[in-house]
Write a protein that binds this ligand. Sequence first.
Ligand SMILES: *[C@@H]1O[C@H](CO)[C@@H](O)[C@H](O)[C@H]1NC(C)=O
Ligand SMILES: *[C@@H]1O[C@H](CO)[C@@H](O)[C@H](O)[C@H]1NC(C)=O
Ligand SMILES: *[C@@H]1O[C@H](CO)[C@@H](O)[C@H](O)[C@H]1NC(C)=O
Ligand SMILES: *[C@@H]1O[C@H](CO)[C@@H](O)[C@H](O)[C@H]1NC(C)=O
Ligand SMILES: *[C@@H]1O[C@H](CO)[C@@H](O)[C@H](O)[C@H]1NC(C)=O
Ligand SMILES: *[C@@H]1O[C@H](CO)[C@@H](O)[C@H](O)[C@H]1NC(C)=O
Ligand SMILES: *[C@@H]1O[C@H](CO)[C@@H](O)[C@H](O)[C@H]1NC(C)=O
Ligand SMILES: *[C@@H]1O[C@H](CO)[C@@H](O)[C@H](O)[C@H]1NC(C)=O
Ligand SMILES: *[C@@H]1O[C@H](CO)[C@@H](O)[C@H](O)[C@H]1NC(C)=O
Ligand SMILES: *[C@@H]1O[C@H](CO)[C@@H](O)[C@H](O)[C@H]1NC(C)=O
Ligand SMILES: *[C@@H]1O[C@H](CO)[C@@H](O)[C@H](O)[C@H]1NC(C)=O
Ligand SMILES: *[C@@H]1O[C@H](CO)[C@@H](O)[C@H](O)[C@H]1NC(C)=O
Length: 431
Amino acid sequence: MFSRTSTVAFALATLPSFTAALPPRSNVCNVEQPTDGTDAVPNILDAIDKCGTDGRIVFSETTYNISSVMNTYLTNVEVDVQGTLQWSTNIDHWLNTSLPVGYQNQSTVWIFGGDNVWLHGGGVGTFNGSGQVWYESIIAFFDNYPRRPHQITLGNLTNSAITGLNFYQSQMWTMSIINSSDLHLDSITINNSDARPGHGYPQNTDGADTLFSNNITFTNWTVESGDDAISCKANSTNIHIANCTFHHTNGLAMGSIAQYNDNFEIIENVTATNISFYDSTQAAYLKTWAGIPSGNNTYGPYPPNAGGGGRGYIKNLTFFDFTVSNIGQGKFAPFSITQCYFANESIPNICDSSTMQISDVVWEDVRGTVNNSGGDVGSFQCSGRVPCTGIEVRDVDLRDVGDGSVLGGGYLCSNVSEPVGFECTGVTGQT
Ligand SMILES: *[C@@H]1O[C@H](CO)[C@@H](O)[C@H](O)[C@H]1NC(C)=O
Ligand SMILES: *[C@@H]1O[C@H](CO)[C@@H](O)[C@H](O)[C@H]1NC(C)=O
Ligand SMILES: *[C@@H]1O[C@H](CO)[C@@H](O)[C@H](O)[C@H]1NC(C)=O
Ligand SMILES: *[C@@H]1O[C@H](CO)[C@@H](O)[C@H](O)[C@H]1NC(C)=O
Ligand SMILES: *[C@@H]1O[C@H](CO)[C@@H](O)[C@H](O)[C@H]1NC(C)=O
Ligand SMILES: *[C@@H]1O[C@H](CO)[C@@H](O)[C@H](O)[C@H]1NC(C)=O
Ligand SMILES: *[C@@H]1O[C@H](CO)[C@@H](O)[C@H](O)[C@H]1NC(C)=O
Ligand SMILES: *[C@@H]1O[C@H](CO)[C@@H](O)[C@H](O)[C@H]1NC(C)=O
Ligand SMILES: *[C@@H]1O[C@H](CO)[C@@H](O)[C@H](O)[C@H]1NC(C)=O
Ligand SMILES: *[C@@H]1O[C@H](CO)[C@@H](O)[C@H](O)[C@H]1NC(C)=O
Ligand SMILES: *[C@@H]1O[C@H](CO)[C@@H](O)[C@H](O)[C@H]1NC(C)=O
Ligand SMILES: *[C@@H]1O[C@H](CO)[C@@H](O)[C@H](O)[C@H]1NC(C)=O
C-alpha cells in the first residue's frame, strides 16, 4: 500500500491548467442555417470539408436544425459555437440512423473525432438534444433501448479541449468519451431535466461516460440529471475530475465494468476533488458485474442489459474534498461498492464470484448532510474470491439531514480486507 496523503497532494498539484489557444486561423468557415429551416448538417459537413484541417469553424448566434447523424474528424481546428445546435424530434429517424459506438450496442448521433481541436461555446454555445420527446416516449423506460442515441461521442479525439458549452436535454447519455486521450473538458453545463412539472429527472441521461480512454480532465462541470454525473467505465485511466457541482444525479460512478464475459477491463488512477453533490443518491460508488454471466433478460445473460464474467481490476481511486447536501434518497449509503451488479442472486455465491479485484480506494474529507433514514456511511460488498484491499475512509463529517445528528458511522462490509480509518459494523445484504 502507499501513502494516501502524498497521493492526494500530488494529484492536486499536477492537474493540468487549461490554456486553450490555437494560433489564429485565416481559414475560417461560417456555418449557415438554411433559411427555409431545414437540416443544417450538409452545411456543417461542407464547412468541415473546407476548414476541417488547420481552420476555424464558426456557428453564429442562431439556432441550427440538426436532422442527420454526423461522423467527423478535425485536425488543428477551432470550433466556435455562438448559437444553438438543436437536434430534431423525429425519434423514428434517429432510431433508424444512429451510429453504433461499439459498446453495449449503444449508439450516437455525432461521432466527434480529431486531434488538436478546441471546441468552445464561451458559456453561451448550446447543444439541445430535444430530449423531451425521448423522455415522454416509452423508450425512456428501457435500459439501453436499442439505438436510443448519445448526444455526442468524443470518439478518437486526442489532445483536445472542449470548453464553455451547455448541453440541454440529451436524448440518452450526454457525452460518451471513447478511444480518446489527453482531453480537457472545462466549464460544461448539462441540464437533462424533464420539462413537465412533477416528472423529475429521466434515466440513462448520464453527464459523461469514459470508455477506453486515458488522461481525461473534467473541471467546472455542472450536471443536473437523473443518472450518473460522470461515470468511468471499461479502460478508464488517469481521469481527473475537479471543481464540479452535481444536482439530482447518482454521483460519480466507477463502472459498471466486467459486463463482457472474459474481457479484461480496468479502471485505474482516478481523482475527484472539490465536488458538491445536491440531492444525489450517492457520492462516489463502484460497481462491477459478477464473475458469472447472469441476468434476467430476454436475450440471456449477455450485454447490452445483462452479463458479467469480465476480468481485470479497479485500482487507485481518490475521492477528496466532497460537500454533500441531502444525498441518499432515503436509503443509499454515500460511499458504496458492489461486485454483483444486476446479478441473478438465486445463483449460489454469485456475489463472491468476481475475479476483478478492487484496491486502494479512498474517500477523504467529506462533509454535509445525508438523507438515508439514519443509515450507513459505507456499504462495501467485495467479492469473496478477491477481497478488496486498501479501502480507506478519512475525515468524514456526515449528518442526518433531518435532525442534524452525526450519522451513526455504520459501515457494512463483505470481504473488505484490513479497512483503513473505519471499522466494519456489519455485513452487506449481498454476501
Ligand atoms: C428540420 O429539418 C428537417 C429536415 O430538413 C425538417 O423535416 C424539419 O421540419 C426541420 N425542423 C424545423 C423545426 O424546422
Ligand atoms: C425507419 O425505418 C423503417 C424500416 O426501414 C421505415 O419503414 C421507416 O419509414 C423509417 N422511418 C424514418 C422516420 O426514417
Ligand atoms: C448487440 O450487438 C451484438 C453484436 O453486434 C449482436 O450480436 C446482438 O444481437 C445485439 N443485441 C441486441 C439486443 O441488439
Ligand atoms: C431546447 O429545445 C426545446 C424543444 O425541443 C425547447 O423547448 C427548449 O426551449 C430548448 N432549450 C434550450 C435551452 O435551447
Ligand atoms: C476509432 O477509430 C478506430 C480505427 O479507425 C475505429 O475502428 C473505431 O470505430 C473508432 N472509434 C470511435 C468511437 O469512433
Ligand atoms: C494529459 O492531457 C493534457 C491535456 O488535457 C496534457 O496537457 C498533458 O500533457 C497530458 N498528460 C500526459 C501525462 O500525457
Ligand atoms: C465555470 O463555468 C461557469 C458556467 O459556464 C462559468 O460561468 C464560470 O465562469 C466558470 N468558472 C471558472 C472558474 O472557470
Ligand atoms: C479548482 O478551483 C480552485 C479555486 O477556484 C482553483 O484554485 C483550482 O485551480 C481549480 N482546479 C482546477 C484543476 O481547475
Ligand atoms: C483494456 O485494458 C487492458 C489492460 O491494459 C488491455 O489488456 C485490454 O486489451 C484493453 N481492452 C481494450 C478493448 O482496449
Ligand atoms: C494514483 O493516481 C494518481 C492520479 O493519477 C497518481 O498521481 C498516483 O501516482 C497514483 N498512485 C499510484 C500508486 O499509482
Ligand atoms: C497510474 O499512475 C501511476 C503513477 O503515475 C503510473 O505508474 C501508472 O502507469 C498509471 N496507470 C495507468 C494505467 O496509466
Ligand atoms: C424475471 O423477470 C420477470 C419479468 O420481469 C419476473 O416476473 C421474474 O420474477 C424474474 N425472475 C427472477 C429470477 O428474478
